[in-house]
Structure formats: C-alpha cells, structure tokens
Design a protein around this ligand. Structure first.
Ligand SMILES: Nc1ncnc2c1ncn2[C@@H]1O[C@H](COP(=O)(O)OP(=O)(O)OP(=O)(O)O)[C@@H](O)[C@H]1O
Ligand SMILES: C[C@@](O)(CCO)CC(=O)[O-]
Length: 539
C-alpha cells in the first residue's frame, strides 16, 4: 500500500522496496522501536557483542531471508524473544539518522585559533537512510542525492589491513585529532575512481564526501561489515555556511557507530550523562569526517550538529577535547537568513586567515582576541540571573555585538561584495544588525531584526533581495541534535498496528525540502513519533 510515496506498514515482515540498478536489500521485520542497549559491547569496533541482548543485530553472521522469515512468526511487539532469534542473527532493519545544520552567531574563524564561539542548531537537517544488504552482496554504496554522487565499493577490496594494523587501529571511543597520512594514502586509489566523468570542480566535491565516508567506514567497520546503501538527502543548502558537511559527517558517524552496536540509546529516560557520552562518541568521529572535508576545522559545526540546541564552544588545545558549554536559555531570536548564492570553500577561507596571521601576527591576533571578547560579552549576558531573551535590551545588545563581529570579519578578509550588499540593504532600511555566518567569502548573512520593524518594511527588503538574486531561508534556532529512527518506520498515534515505512524508493523520490520533511515526519504536519534524540546534559 502506498500513499504519497510512503508505505503503510502493518506489522508483518516486509521488504524494504527495490531500487533501480541497486542490489536488493533483504527483507526485514519489525521488532521494537527501542534500540538495544549496547553498553556491554566490546570496544574493538568489530561488532563483537559480548552482551546478551537478544535484540542485538549481529552483522557478522548469516542474515538470510530465511532467517528473517522465521521471525515473521514472532510478530512486532516482543522485546525479549526466544534465543533462537539470536542464533539466526537477523539482519539490521533499514534505519535513518538525522542531524541539523548550524548558524554561528559569534566567533567564526576566531574559533579555529582557540577563541570562543557561540553557535546554534537550525531546523534544516540532513537525513541518512541506511539499507542493509543480504549477505551475498559484499558492497557498500554511497548514494548522496544532493550531489548526484553514487558510488559502490567492493568491501573485500578495501584497505582493511592498513586501517586495522595494530599501530593504526583506532577504537570507537578514541579521540582522533589528526588524519593519519598513511591511512589517507591507503584510501586514495579508492577515492580516485569516484565520478571520473565529472569536471574537476564538481568532482572535488564528490571526492571530499567519498574520502570522509571511506575514512570513517574503514576506521569503524571491519571486513565482516554487512553490505549497505547509505542514502543521504539534506534540506541544508551546500556551500552556504550552514554546516551542511558537519551534519553529513555526524549522520555518517552515528550510522556507522550504530551498525557496530557501540551506542546506548537514545531512550527518553536515558540519564543525561550517558546521553552526553554517546553524543561525544558520535561527535569525535564526525570531527574526523570534517577533517577529511575541511582540512583544519575547529569542530564547532560537528559539535552543534551532534548535540543540537546552542553552545559556547572553545578548543584551546587541539590535542584535547573541546570545551562545550550548553546554552539552554538561548533565545528564539527573530532572524533573517539570506544566502548570497556565492559558493566558496570553507578550507580556503580558513586558510586565508591563517595566511593573514602569518603575515601580520600581532594585528591578526588582536582582531581574533577582540572577536573572543564579543563572544564572551554575549555569554555574560546569557548568564545574567535575570536574563530575558526577548527584551529590547537583549536584542540591542546582541545586535551591537553582531555588527561589531561582522566588522572584524571584514578586517580578516573573509567577507564578499555580495555579503556587503545584503548588509547595505538591511542597514539602509534600518531593519536590524547583520553579519556573515560561517566561513564567509560568500555563503549566508544573518540579520537580527529590530523588535519594532514593520512587516511592510521586511516585505520590501525581501522583494529587493529576491530581485538581486539572493535567497532567503526560513529556519528556527536551537533544535535537537542527532536523532535516530530505528527502524525507519514512523509511528503515528492513530496507527496502532504499525506505521509508515520509509524505504529507499520513497526517500529518493521525495520532492524538495517539503517532500523530505513530510516523508520523514518533521516540519509541516509534524509526526515525529519513532524518532529519538540523545539530549545533552545542561548543567
Ligand atoms: N548534502 C550533502 N551531501 C553530501 N556531501 C555534502 C553535502 N553537503 C556538503 N557536503 C560535503 O561537504 C563539503 C563542504 O560543503 P559546504 O561547502 O556546503 O560546506 P559547509 O559545511 O556548508 O560550510 P561551513 O563549514 O562554512 O558551514 C562538500 O564539498 C561535500 O563534499
Ligand atoms: C570558519 C569556521 O570557523 C566556521 C565554519 O562554519 C571554521 C571552523 O570553525 O572550523
């Protein structure tokens, strides 16, 4: 049964749908929407479950349809089924993970140099559907729809021996602060074959995503990893400074850690400290993915995409984990987010500031310190005992800091004429305070709107922006971080017997942001039942 590209699921065993030219995923069956508690799992990253949870998903052994069909009789509700299930090693069901983009409110670039930044999650998100293949399919496919990237690797030909050499092997809980040049070299031949037919500038984008995936897959997986298709769609525009790469890396990290069964929860009643540990584990590997893409990231983007809401972030020592202070009182600011549609590379913009610092160390350091003071001033305001998020004073204080911060970013050389044009139009209309957000050099500007600004003035500005080729995004700040829909079935209160299954086909076919959000059950006509989120401790 199919309505609007989604399949009604009625509790019985069901195939996950077929895809064009793709290996057929095995049939799966519905067990329970709670993820098994994997806190007892051995830390070797190979999926060896030393625990006894019968719901565990053993990818390393047989997962035939016959095994699955034997579970058809179990039905959908048993949480503690008989041990024959363990012996038959059922296949992991199709599941989905999702992570948000971000805006940096204060402190981009300075944060790369150890200063503080304030950043918040946005409601635009990436969604990654993981479809496990039957045992006979020894391939992994990266199906990144927004980029038009689709590549399949043969699992058995990947350089496992290099990644698993005792001198190289990392564990799922390790803090990795640098890419290992030998590991980068080992994946190179497997990256070099990706999207050969494309012009170099487009291919570069594919190569970055593929490198990031392979580095994580080889670090966290094993030669026994099951074949799978990783299908990604995002509602975050790329190249806009809204952290799209970080949200992709967080999704990949979470999916791979879930596949090797090293994450506990998320459960609604999970102790915040335990949830924090899971977020941190996901975040650490997402940072590794970000290093493959951006070279020398601070880690602020992946930290916000992992834990969500708003944080003060600082990484004074790159060999240690960053300092992350959640800001639960961060207000719902009236923001206008405008995209210059001028694409740029975060790596290039970060490198520009590095060069400036080399050429003018004292001047550059004092600008970076001044940006740090801007962020600290915002932090002090947020921490005042009688802080009121929506007062005129708060908006004016934040507004002034936004204006100052943008001026410093201009001095660092990371603005762009198109960004300055947005600021000029907003200033001319006296509507609020504007700064670039993210790496700059193009990308997005954020404007904090004055409280008294008239709707017709906003409309007039929006008209002008549109005429000049800018794009406006609607988003809210401070949403959840990484979330899991396991299996990829949305429960609805009215549908006791099952839910709405998201399969490969319906996910690929969903149209635009609205289509994706409708399918996955967020945004318009919200239907989030089934989604679970790890929530940061806020003390
Ligand atoms: N939707 C996506 N699907 C797959 N890969 C993506 C996606 N978005 C970004 N990437 C990968 O991340 C790289 C950088 O993306 P992008 O230029 O959008 O940076 P960003 O993370 O949005 O910028 P910033 O760091 O300033 O917020 C791309 O070249 C691509 O490899
Ligand atoms: C420009 C930068 O500060 C923010 C990019 O979103 C880079 C980083 O922190 O890694």
């Amino acid at each position: 049964m199919s309505t609007n590209g989604v399949h009604r699921r009625n509790g019985s065993m069901k195939g996950t749908g077929s895809q064009n030219n793709q290996p057929r995923p095995v049939a799966h069956f519905e067990i329970d929407h709670d993820l098994p508690d994997r806190s007892r799992v051995d830390g070797n990253g190979n999926g060896n479950d030393h625990g006894t949870d019968p719901d565990s998903l053993d990818h390393s052994s047989d997962s035939s349809n016959a095994a699955a069909s034997s579970h058809n009789h179990i039905g959908m509700t048993s949480r503690r089924p008989n041990m024959s299930r363990k012996a038959s090693s059922p296949m992991a069901p199709t599941f989905m993970v999702s992570a948000p983009g971000k805006v940096i409110v204060f402190g981009e670039h300075a944060v790369v140099h150890g200063k503080a930044a304030l950043a918040a999650a946005i409601s635009l998100r990436s969604y990654l559907l993981v479809t496990t293949l039957s045992k006979s399919h020894r391939t992994v496919t990266l199906n990144f729809r927004d980029l038009g990237l689709s590549h399949t690797w043969d699992i058995d030909t990947l350089p496992w021996s290099v990644f698993h050499h005792p001198s190289k092997k990392k564990f799922y809980y390790d803090l990795v602060t640098d890419l290992d040049p030998e590991l980068v070299e080992a994946i190179q031949p497997h990256v070099d074959i990706v999207s050969k037919h494309l012009p170099e500038d487009q291919r570069k984008i594919h190569i970055r995503s593929a490198s990031s995936f392979l580095y994580l897959f080889l670090s966290l997986g094993s030669p026994q990893s099951p074949g799978a298709i990783y299908t990604l769609r995002s509602t975050i525009p790329t190249g806009a400074g809204l952290g799209s790469s970080a949200s992709v890396c967080v999704c990949l990290s979470a999916a791979l850690l879930l596949q090797i069964r090293t994450l506990a929860g998320p459960h609604p009643d999970q102790p915040p400290e335990e949830a924090e540990t899971q977020i941190e584990r996901i975040n650490r590997w997402a940072f590794v993915g970000e290093m493959c893409i951006h070279g020398n990231p601070s880690g602020v983007d992946n930290t916000v995409a992992s834990g969500g809401k708003a944080v003060i972030f600082k990484r004074p020592d790159y060999l240690k984990p960053p300092v992350v202070i959640p800001v639960p009182q961060f207000p719902e600011l009236p923001l206008l987010l405008v995209d210059t549609r001028q694409s740029r590379s975060t790596m290039t913009e970060v490198a520009k500031v590095g060069e400036l610092k080399k050429a003018h160390p004292v001047v550059t350091e004092s600008i970076l310190n001044a940006i740090d003071q801007v962020t600290c001033s915002a932090q002090r305001l947020l921490e005042t005992p009688d802080f009121v998020g929506d007062s005129d004073e708060t908006l004016a204080h934040f507004g002034t800091l936004i204006r100052i911060n943008h001026g410093f970013l201009v001095s660092l050389g990371v603005s762009h004429p198109r960004l300055e044009r947005i600021r000029e139009l907003v200033d001319y209309a006296d509507m609020g305070w504007t700064k670039l957000t993210g790496a700059g050099g193009g990308g997005c500007a954020m404007t904090l709107l004055r409280p008294d600004v008239k709707p017709e003035v906003v409309r007039d500005l929006e008209q002008k922006l549109e005429t000049e080729g800018f794009t406006k995004y609607e988003t809210t700040l401070g949403g959840h971080g990484i979330g899991v829909l396991y299996p990829a079935v949305l429960r609805s209160g009215s549908d006791e017997e099952g839910g709405i299954e998201i399969d490969q086909q319906s996910f690929e076919n969903a149209e635009g942001t609205e289509g994706i959000e409708r399918l996955v059950g967020v945004g318009y006509n919200e239907q989030r039942e089934g989604w679970k989120f790890w929530k940061r401790a806020t003390h």
